[in-house]
Ligand binder design. Sequence first.
Ligand code: BTN
Length: 264
Amino acid sequence: MGAPAFPAPADLRHWPLAELQAAAAAAWPGMALQVVDEIDSTNTELMRRARAGDEAPTVLVAERQTAGRGRLGRQWHSEAGASLTFSIGVPLQPANWAGLSLAVGLSLAESLHPTIGLKWPNDLWWRDRKLGGILIETLGTGAPRRAIVGVGINVGAPPPSAPELRTPATSLHEAVGPVQAPDVLLQVLPPLLRALAAFEQQGFAPLRERFHTRDVLRGRAVQLADGAQGSALGVDGEGVLWVQTAAGVHSIASGEVSVRPRAG
Ligand code: BTN
């Protein structure tokens, strides 16, 4: 039997901590970076810290999550050594929060590979399979608010297709070849931190055309949450998805739409 293609890192020596820390701080002044071997959820932990008054800008990376969370109350399954799971906690005060999750997805897709698409609002897709997801949570009501941006990317073998997975999973291994989570983090983190800073200043509108080029829904037959069917028209400058149905044009600001299988 040959060695597994993606051995689970035995310890944190697999992470180029000094390089990651320097890259993070260069992209976002004062950014701290921490890698832990196991935690319930990096988002949950940064929310706990924020509630306890910790306001330091932080990137928290976990090799394993025991209670990873996805959007809409779902679970997020990931395998140690076969996935990249991290969260960024930063103070943000954009004039308009609309489209933040799309901006995050766009930054990740652009850092990863030209063939990686975006399924509104913020899934990373490759060949109609899910490669990664984003969970954004905010805390506080004033300005700035605390934003927790959680990212999960399948790096090695995709997680087994659990029944609750609405879309089959894929991985960077399948999409771009053999890569390791620490290298992927080094690749995506600095542009993502710069994208968060740019979003705070400019919002989503300047990114709309770039989102269009990776939008896997645009022109596709989709089904809305209420069961209505239509054709996705694309997103506007606030990241709102527009869908043409028999009853007219619908705008969808949050939630989810599903792709209807191609005929034939
Ligand atoms: C989704 O597609 O539903 C979003 C998945 C987000 C998963 C990441 S993994 C790191 C961070 N911690 C979590 O518990 N969730 C996010």
